[in-house]
Design a protein around this ligand. Structure first.
Ligand SMILES: NC(=O)C1=CN([C@@H]2O[C@H](COP(=O)(O)OP(=O)(O)OC[C@H]3O[C@@H](n4cnc5c(N)ncnc54)[C@H](OP(=O)(O)O)[C@@H]3O)[C@@H](O)[C@H]2O)C=CC1
Ligand SMILES: O=C(CO)[C@H](O)[C@H](O)COP(=O)(O)O
Length: 474
């Protein structure tokens, strides 16, 4: 066995773990690996001959193979498995060793683990990692949270493995405690929004009679413009893919039931707890939920009526209109995501750098996009920006797109095509820009049934009034 101690250790050799190990090793570090199912470790080592890898059958051997202070990244299923691995590690580690949880852990779990390990004299980093299999191998975006001093120790490895954009690594220290996993959670919420918006564009094109090849060409072209992004790029490629068995477009053969592992729902819950409006992300999560109720939908389709979903008569100019609807809705989704990050950052005193967060999302991660440069610029120009929609660049995008956006939503509604994320985004836009909403009547209703009081337009804010409303129960 190799007597040289490894620079880095990783536990959990599934898709993310394996690729991260190869990435770290490729930057000149020796890496020790351990997996609960030992066969996987052996297969991995056998599949990667000649590399600076040390496969370990036991956690004891794994820990002993690492240089001090030990740097151990856990890449196992989020939730209880992370706690189980931590518990197994604790008796084997020395003071100041570092555990990094790189999975999609809930940020409150990270805060709990951070405090628990600090109490035992161990250091902990909760790092969100995004980029999937390819990103993990070639360069992911990394969102580490934890003590700044621990980040400094990890910085050389993380900066060397992260994606690079304009020479800058797509990793920065996000903040203390659970800040890194929190920002990764919002990244995933935004990812849900982006994906759903693209799917709604696809459903409109499908209803207009575009072939999958034509749709692929549209997305490929969009990837050259303002919508350039990894998700638009892979959408074009996915639409081009043929099923080897039947020769048909593969997407046509994929069942329309979306899965989800929970980060979108966590984002929803956190927004609700903090009274932040994230309608686009909510719509995206709920669209996945409804899609998964396939049997119910098929049954309901026999009973519930609607117009014919045929947009062929509207095909002319549809591509440009849907482009604008998608672009504007995307601005809304990021506006909501950053509003939530800002709200939580202030509440937790994380001192977050919004421009820096947008900047590290430009490469490696699933939501990487040219568009993120404008978010960085907006927050660099005005770090106290109240709402992203009001930054000059985004104001222009929305003002220019809003007419087409409305036409697309109206067209979809008129033809019975569900566009929950497009329409929710437009409602957010229209609500936010409304000088006066209908909440005056709502306040009247609240005061009517519960004496909850209301403020008046003709009296100073902060004075509350109650009316003796008529009795309605006989
Ligand atoms: N897949 C992706 O694209 C991305 C995933 N992530 C996150 O990264 C983490 C790893 O993801 P992924 O690579 O997909 O793997 P999985 O989430 O599928 O987890 C599988 C790994 O977890 C190990 N494991 C499960 N339970 C335990 C346990 N109780 N004790 C020890 N090990 C256990 C498995 O070991 P065994 O082989 O013995 O079963 C295996 O190595 C997850 O948190 C995921 O959410 C983050 C970004 C992208
Ligand atoms: O974190 C990720 C990317 O950033 C993972 O791919 C995640 O699994 C995606 O979420 P879901 O499975 O719920 O679609």
């Amino acid at each position: 066995m190799n007597s040289k101690k490894s620079d880095f250790g990783l536990i959990g050799l599934a898709v993310m773990g394996q690729n991260l190990v190869l990435n770290v090793e490729s930057r000149g570090f020796q890496v020790s690996v351990y997996n609960r199912t030992v066969d996987k470790t052996n297969e991995f080592i056998a599949a990667n001959p000649g590399k600076q890898l040390v496969g370990c059958d036991t956690l004891e051997a794994f820990v002993q193979s690492l240089a001090s202070p030990r740097k151990i990244q856990i890449m196992v299923k989020a939730g209880a498995p992370v706690d189980q691995v931590i518990e197994q590690l604790i008796p084997l580690l020395d003071q100041d060793d570092i555990i990094i949880d790189g999975g999609n852990s809930l940020y409150t779990d990270t805060e709990r683990r951070d405090a628990y390990l600090a109490d035992k004299g161990l250091r902990f980093i909760g790092a969100g990692v995004s980029g999937g299999e390819e990103g993990a191998r070639k360069g992911p975006a990394i969102m580490p949270g934890g003590p700044a001093s621990t980040w400094e120790v990890m910085k050389p490895i993380f900066e060397s493995i992260a994606a690079k954009v304009d020479g800058q690594p797509c990793v920065v220290h996000i903040g203390p405690g659970g800040a890194g996993h929190y920002v990764k959670m919002i990244h995933n919420g935004i990812e849900y929004g982006d994906m759903q918006l693209i799917c709604e564009a696809y459903s409109l094109f499908k209803a207009a009679g575009f072939t999958t090849d034509e749709m692929a060409a549209i997305f490929n072209e969009w990837n050259e413009g303002a919508l350039q992004s990894y998700l638009i790029q892979i959408t074009g490629k996915a639409l081009e893919q043929r099923d080897p068995e039947t020769g048909q477009p593969l997407v046509d053969l994929i069942l329309d039931k979306a899965g989800q592992k929970g980060t979108g729902q966590w984002t929803q819950l956190n927004a609700a707890e903090n009274a932040v409006v994230i309608g686009t992300i909510n719509a995206a999560v709920e669209a996945r939920v409804l899609s998964s109720q396939k049997k119910q939908r098929v049954a309901a389709s026999e009973h519930l009526q609607g117009p014919v979903a045929d947009l062929s008569a509207a095909k002319k100019n549809l591509v440009a209109k849907v482009h604008d609807a998608l672009y504007a809705s995307k601005v809304i989704s990021y506006t909501q995501g950053f509003d939530l990050i800002k709200t939580m950052g202030e509440k937790k005193q994380w001192n977050l750098d919004f421009g820096g967060i947008a900047s590290i999302w430009r490469g490696g991660c699933i939501i990487r996009a040219r568009f993120l440069n404008h978010i960085t610029d907006a927050y660099r120009t005005d770090p106290a920006l109240v709402n992203l929609m009001l930054a000059p660049f985004f104001k222009d995008v929305l003002n220019n797109a809003q007419q087409n956006w409305r036409e697309v939503v109206a067209l979809a509604v008129g033809h019975g095509i569900p566009v929950p994320a497009f329409s929710s985004s437009l409602s957010y836009y229209d609500s936010y820009r409304s000088h006066r909403l209908s909440a005056n009547l709502l306040q009247a209703q609240r005061d009517f049934f519960g004496a909850h009081t209301y403020e008046r337009t003709d009296k100073p804010e902060g004075q509350f009034f109650h009316t003796e409303w008529p009795e309605v129960i006989g």
